[in-house]
Design a protein around this ligand. Sequence first.
Ligand code: ADP
Ligand code: MG
Length: 315
Amino acid sequence: ILIKGSDYIDAIKDIKEIVFDKTGTLTKGEFEITKIDTFENYTEQEVLKYAAMGEKYSNHPIAVSIKKAYNEKIDEKLISDINEISGKGISVKIENKQVLVGNEKLMQENNIEYTKCNEIGTVVYVSIENKYSGYILISDEIKEDSFKAIKELKDNKKQTIMLTGDKKEVGEDVAKKLGIDKVYTELLPDGKVKKVEELIKQKNGTLAFVGDGINDAPVLALSDIGIAMGGLGSDAAIEAADIVIMTDEPSKINKAIKISKKAMRIVKQNIVFAISIKALVLVLSAVGIATMWEAVFADVGVSVIAVLNAIRILK
Ligand code: ADP
Ligand code: MG
């Protein structure tokens, strides 16, 4: 757990509300393709190929998984005019054909007549030359560690909230399985910012946001304490965050809260101890009954004891 500065060690113990991003934070962000369905005489391999080519330059977890499933060399020369629309998908030209790879919002925005897929999972729709050509159904797994993390946070009376750009069914399913208090779905990146601004305005206490920075770096910067997943997370996230969790385990937040409480307790003990000994020796010497050795103890001795006391945090 990397904490960027002592202010945050102090602040973590006061966290009341924790807002999580879904993909890559509570879930693994490693999508498995569970189904490909095609329309307009396209084959499954073709739909996958166009999707993988479109995602060539994206580092979104969805993009990484589609490229992994395609697993063939992609000729960059065939790809042009790439436009990644965050929270929606990709618009790109492949072999001079206009290709869209993304969610329902992207299809609706471009007036593509698509057939809605009602299966459980995240759906990536593909359109080629403004014609709907198929979808790729992918699913993500919840991290084992997320169950433990949410349970511990709730045991400690923290309010848990999840924000996601994914569709309602998927978001609510994940939130229900984890036992998260509140969930807001189908949010674009600026929707996430607005939601967190609203939550901060309600003043329910210190708010922490936990994300991987893909489409949520602004929220990391905005919240009282921004916590980033350092392994999977983007560079922007690590830069914008106040705390970085290198192992990507959400349960490390509980650990950070414990460390913060313990550290602050020891800091207070040391302050009280040092000031009271010094005040005592000051009074004794004022009335003329302090020896030289007592004065040395009040200065150097107290420093050494305070350092030894602080070392206990390492355990
Ligand atoms: P989350 O909030 O769960 O981390 P994002 O905000 O990163 O999700 O993305 C929200 C949705 O936008 C995804 O579920 C997906 O439907 C769509 N999307 C975003 N980027 C891409 C992409 N590169 N390719 C396909 N779909 C994408
Ligand atoms: Mg994300």
